[in-house]
Design a protein around this ligand. Structure first.
Ligand SMILES: Cc1cc2nc3c(=O)[nH]c(=O)nc-3n(C[C@H](O)[C@H](O)[C@H](O)COP(=O)(O)OP(=O)(O)OC[C@H]3O[C@@H](n4cnc5c(N)ncnc54)[C@H](O)[C@@H]3O)c2cc1C
Length: 314
């Protein structure tokens, strides 16, 4: 929180700037609703903590093969070194190689939406997160530190997930932004000049069926439950996974019991976010395509209920 930007509930608006509500849980005790932080600073913080905690790590290598036995796991690394361990935790993201080696091929599915991101000096009016819903895209502004913020823009580039040339990034983003006649959008448009600073990413999701472990290997984070960012909670869930796994490993008699207890505490909570995020993404896609939402669809209610449910103890 010291190095990020703690902020309150996200304010939601129409494209023209009319407020339609807020999203996110209210602050809890000394903790804010949200803490904006850049990935780079988050990595720095985690790196420093890992060093302080005496974690042994090696960079620039990966796992070549895994022999996953009932009571131990043996690994050969890409530098041909080997090791035998009590457990192996695969925290290697949406395209997890560890998952592939242990559970087989699992292809993430493309959701028909893409996100464009660009970081700026923090706008003077930005006191919390802001989100604006247009007809062709939605945009949001998130503070990351006292003096920085980023903008995300969600659009639909087509069912075939086309390759977009870098030279098209800035003109396309500006075209989408022209739908938002609000000061902050107009101000950032002027500052968007360098396509190398654009992070364009088609949105994908995937989840591994329960259980996320086999013998002595367990998958956590995006490797187990990659969610589209419609509820901005994937990293939060990944961090929770790690906390709960350590808790269970410390408190249970054996690994199997700890892994089972971990699944009991994690599966439903993670899937609530994964499923709701995919539903919101599917509705957004319909909006951008100018189609009607299914009967009973209520994005505001789904966002409120799902984020509210995260306040439950885990
Ligand atoms: C556009 C967007 C916005 C998001 N916004 C939010 C948000 O606001 N809040 C939030 O909580 N979450 C958000 N998320 C989700 C968040 O980024 C992920 O859920 C989170 O990063 C998952 O963490 P992870 O550690 O499981 O995987 P990752 O962050 O993907 O980390 C995996 C690590 O494993 C390494 N790795 C991969 N393969 C190998 C290999 N073979 N060998 C060795 N290492 C390997 C990678 O280099 C990487 O360091 C967002 C995601 C997207 C796409």
């Amino acid at each position: 929180m010291k190095r990020g930007f703690p902020y309150g509930q996200v304010k939601m608006f129409t494209a023209g700037g009319h407020n339609v509500g807020v999203a996110g849980p209210p602050p809890m005790g000394k903790y804010p609703s949200h803490n904006g932080v850049s990935r780079r600073i988050l990595h720095d913080v985690m790196y420093d903590e890992a060093i302080n905690a005496g974690v042994k790590y090696r960079m620039g290598l990966t796992v070549k093969s895994i022999e996953n036995n009932e009571d131990s796991v043996s690994v050969v690394f890409t530098d041909d070194s080997e090791g035998t361990y009590d457990i192996l935790i695969g925290a290697d993201g949406i395209n997890s190689e560890v998952r592939k080696m242990v559970f087989g091929e699992f292809k993430p599915h493309y959701m028909g939406l893409s996100v464009w991101r660009y970081a700026f000096k923090k706008h003077e009016d930005l006191d919390t997160g802001y989100m604006y819903y247009g007809k062709r895209s939605k945009i949001g502004f998130i503070p990351m530190s006292e003096d920085s913020m980023y903008m995300f823009l969600v659009s639909s580039e087509g069912a075939d997930n086309p390759w977009i040339e870098k030279s098209a990034y800035i003109p396309m983003m500006k075209d989408y932004l022209s739908e938002f006649p609000i000061k902050i959008a107009q101000d950032v448009m002027e500052q968007m000049t360098d396509p190398d600073l654009v992070n364009y990413r088609p949105l994908e999701a995937s989840h591994l069926p329960d259980p996320w472990y086999k013998n002595r290997v367990i998958i956590i984070g995006d490797g187990a439950h990659a969610t589209v960012p419609q509820l901005g909670s994937g990293a939060a869930l990944a961090i929770e996974d790690a906390v709960v796994l350590v808790d269970e490993l410390e408190n249970k008699q054996n690994t199997e019991e700890a892994f089972k207890a971990f699944m009991k505490r994690r599966y439903d909570r993670c899937m609530t976010i994964v499923n709701a995020s995919e539903t919101l993404a599917a509705w957004e896609l319909l909006e951008f395509e100018g189609k009607a939402l299914p009967e009973g669809a209520h994005p505001g209610k789904l966002i409120g209920q799902t984020l509210g449910s995260l306040m439950a103890p885990f």
